[in-house]
Design a protein around this ligand. Structure first.
Ligand code: FPP
Length: 247
């Protein structure tokens, strides 16, 4: 469902279609820090601050799902210090923000295999998911140890094992069934995908789910991508015509 804001009902350009689901690749933390002669983890810290800003802005706008690429299956290749810094940052973010998020009816969820995250990070995540599980406001979906190819591989394996044990028939396999076996099973596909920092690729992010999404790329580094920048992206999205393959 698309929520519309009417500033002036007579002017078409003043009608803002708010995406139900925004997915973001939060890129450029490292370059943001480098530009300031700071260590990379300071860039992630600033990026974490911006997660709060954009979560609040999306909530205010009426977005129902905000999915953030916080740690990919490939990010383990980064220096140990950076990986542990990111894991600690996640713990800090959840511990300091949980109360306010919960009061604002935000539901915290994850996609990706969080069973492989450090014990402490997993524990804080499990608690946050549990505390907010009945909230009906914004779904803040953190993609953690997430990679689309891994997600699809696991889905294929799960379907294969159901075929093998006879609980599924070959004819049962269709797009809906595959979608039901992905981490996003009960979520709508993203309407808008934003990638910051000028990189023009998907980096193994939601390959199935982004099939018909609108893409928005900006040169702005993630820590600088504030509320105004988000509004600009939503405005551009509003003016796109989505045809889903039809004419
Ligand atoms: C990409 O920038 C960013 C990441 C790999 C991590 C994203 C994490 C955060 C924004 C902070 C923590 C998140 C939460 C939910 C609190 P990069 O390091 O690849 O930047 P670069 O390309 O400029 O080096």
């Amino acid at each position: 469902m698309i929520k519309s804001f009417f500033k002036d009902k007579t002017k078409e350009e003043d009608v803002l279609n708010v995406p139900e689901h925004i997915a973001i690749i939060m890129d450029g933390n490292g370059r943001w820090a480098k530009k300031r002669n700071m260590p990379r983890n300071m860039g992630h810290k600033a990026g974490g601050e911006n997660v709060k800003t954009i979560t609040k802005a999306c909530d205010k706008l009426g977005v129902k799902y905000l999915t953030l690429y916080a740690f990919s299956t490939e990010n383990w290749k980064r220096p140990e210090e950076e990986v542990s810094g990111l894991m600690d940052l996640l713990v800090f973010f959840l511990k300091s923000e949980l109360k306010e998020l919960h009061e604002n009816h935000v539901r915290i969820r994850t996609i990706g295999d969080i069973s492989h995250l450090p014990k402490k990070t997993k524990q804080v995540l499990d608690d946050s998911i549990e505390v907010t599980k009945n909230n009906t406001g914004l779904n803040l979906v953190l993609a953690l140890n997430y990679g689309s190819r891994n997600e699809i591989t696991l889905a294929v394996k799960a379907i294969g094992s159901k075929l093998k044990d006879g609980s599924l028939d070959l004819d049962d396999i269709n797009e809906d069934l595959i979608a039901e076996h992905l981490d996003t099973a009960d979520m709508p596909d993203p309407d808008l995908m934003i990638r910051t920092s000028g990189e023009l690729r998907l980096s193994n992010y939601m390959l199935w789910q982004l099939a018909y999404s609108e893409f928005y790329f900006t040169d702005v580094y993630w820590p600088d991508f504030g509320e105004e920048a988000l509004m600009e992206a939503v405005k551009v999205y509003s003016n796109r015509q989505r045809r889903f393959g039809a004419v």
